[in-house]
Every structure is written in structure tokens, then in C-alpha cells.
Write a protein of this length. Structure first.
Length: 303
């Protein structure tokens, strides 16, 4: 166990395996085994996590619950990237299976992304109006399935998906009733100010992923001069408080707007062969210290 961190109340803080390089994209990087990642999460004093990509943790819900419980960790939920703009029936079948598994595992949230249907997040083709309508209808149907299983559905604006740019985020907010997973990093890279979004749409925040980003590198990704995966490998994400996202303002806005859900430390990382958990764990520890300072300020203010 590492040295204790300052109390994080009133914030609910969770982890995500992607912070240790665990990603669903083929060839993303070296993947640490679940025992190593869960031990790191527990060692940081965190008691909740998202699941990571399908198949990383046990598929059987009872086995999954036991695996997490052995490390003193509770299930938050997980990420599900589906091709929503075509083959709706296939997307709904996958969603039903995932939602049932999440429910049985004791999760709270299903984080949906509008996948392109291609591997990775480095390229995409814009949708026409018919495809956008299909995306919305399928997302709504997925949301209904998720709610039937007692979970909270959220749509994750994400680089390399069909809800990425600021225009697409605003269009989705206008056209859909689904709440958002406010991911500070992906929003900024896509051209949306996450603090301003939290200020304008406090009632649409259903889940939060906290990342900090180097804006200069984000601009290169946004402009198409650097692929997203390459930027990640070259330090696009940094510990909370070390980049250009105003994490303090974001948390304060979300809290003042009534958000009481999870704040998931989720800093996309890609490991090279032979790399260990040491560096990503140090980054997560630094992020936790920054959140502890923010939480101390919130605890002293009656909202």
C-alpha cells in the first residue's frame, strides 16, 4: 500500500484499466495482466473501477464480482463501442448481452460510443443525414435496454467516433435525450471546452472521465497532422493538473450543477513491450493528489 492520500470526499473517484495501457484496439500496446492492474488500483487506495475492454476481466458476472472483491474494488461499469449508424439489430444484440452482464456484476453505468466500424480511432468518414438518424435511433434503443437493466446509459464523445467534434456534440445534445459521459480529454481534442459544456449543460452530465491534455498536441490531432494513437504514445495525456484542462474548474462546475456520480481517472496510455505499471501508477497517484486538493476545497464550501 502506498502512502495514504488526502480524503477525497465529497468526490466519488474510480479508476479505469486504460490508464495502465489496457485498450480494445488491436496493436495498441503492451497489455498488463488484470492481477497487476487491479493490484495497482487497490494500492492507490481506490475502491472502484470501470471494467476495461470486453474480455479483459472475466465475462462471467459472478466471477467478475469475486475478482474485484478480492482486491476490495467495486464495479462502476464499462465502455461499449458500437457501430450505431448501420446494422442496428447487431448493435442491439450486443447491447443486451453487455447490459445483462453489467447488471449481474453490480455495475452502475454503461458508457456507449458511436464507433465507425473500423479498427482504432485514427480515421473516420462523416455520416450523411440518414446515417445520423440511424445512429440516434439506435442509441436511443440501446439506452432503453440499458435502463431496463437498472443501469445509467451515457454517450461518450470520443476521438475517432461519430460524435467527436464540437458540432457533433452539440448536434447530439439537441437531437438525443441521452446524457453524456463528459470526458475532459476527448472533448478538448474534438474542439469542445469541457468546463463550458459542464456550465451550459449540467443536467446532461451522466458520467465523467477525467483526463488532462497537452493542448499543443491536441491541436495537432484536431488538425489531422498527427494520428491520435501516435499522440498518445508521445505524451498527449499528462497527470491531472499538469496539462491544459482546467480540472479544478470542471469539477467545481459539475459539483455545483448537481453532479454526484463517478469521476473516473482515465488517462489513455500505451505501453511498450517490457514496460511495467510503475510509470502509469505514478501518474495516477499524482492525479489523485490533485483531486484531493480539489475535494478539500469543495468540502469547505456548502453547495
Amino acid at each position: 500500500m502506498t502512502e495514504p492520500l488526502h480524503p477525497l470526499r465529497p468526490l466519488r473517484i474510480a479508476a479505469a484499466p486504460i490508464s495502465w495501457g489496457v485498450c480494445e484496439v488491436p496493436g495498441w500496446g503492451h497489455v498488463l495482466d488484470p492481477a497487476t492492474v487491479l493490484a495497482q488500483i487497490s494500492g492507490l487506495g481506490l475502491s472502484a473501477t470501470e471494467f476495461g475492454p470486453p474480455g479483459y476481466l472475466p465475462d462471467d458476472p459472478l466471477e467478475l464480482r469475486k475478482t474485484l472483491r478480492d482486491y476490495g474494488i467495486a464495479p462502476v461499469g464499462g465502455f461499449l463501442a458500437l457501430t450505431l449508424h448501420r446494422e442496428p439489430s447487431r448493435a442491439l444484440d450486443i447491447a443486451r448481452s453487455a447490459a445483462a452482464r453489467f447488471e449481474a456484476a453490480g455495475a452502475e453505468v454503461l458508457v456507449l460510443a458511436a464507433a465507425t466500424g473500423e479498427h482504432g480511432y485514427d480515421a473516420r468518414t462523416p455520416l450523411d443525414d440518414r446515417e445520423w438518424r440511424t445512429l440516434l435511433d439506435t442509441a436511443a434503443a440501446v439506452g432503453d435496454i440499458v435502463v431496463e437493466h437498472g443501469l445509467r446509459p451515457v454517450l461518450h464523445p470520443h476521438v475517432g467516433t461519430h460524435v467527436e467534434t464540437s458540432a457533433e456534440v452539440e448536434r447530439f445534445l439537441a437531437d438525443s435525450d441521452l446524457d453524456l459521459c463528459l470526458d475532459t480529454g476527448h472533448l478538448l481534442i474534438g474542439g469542445t471546452d469541457p468546463v463550458e459544456l459542464a456550465r451550459r449543460h449540467p443536467d446532461r452530465i451522466g458520467h465523467i472521465h477525467l483526463k488532462d491534455v497537452r493542448e499543443a498536441m491536441a491541436a495537432e490531432v484536431r488538425g489531422g497532422t498527427v494520428e491520435y494513437s501516435e499522440a498518445v504514445r508521445h505524451g498527449l495525456y499528462v497527470p491531472l493538473g499538469a496539462g491544459d484542462v482546467d480540472i479544478t474548474a470542471l469539477v467545481r462546475e459539475a459539483h455545483a450543477g448537481g453532479y454526484r456520480g463517478w469521476y473516473v481517472i482515465e488517462q489513455d496510455t500505451a505501453l511498450r513491450p517490457g514496460e511495467t505499471a510503475e510509470v502509469p501508477t505514478a501518474a495516477a497517484r499524482r492525479s489523485l493528489r490533485h483531486l484531493a486538493e480539489i475535494a478539500a476545497g469543495l468540502a469547505s464550501v456548502r453547495i
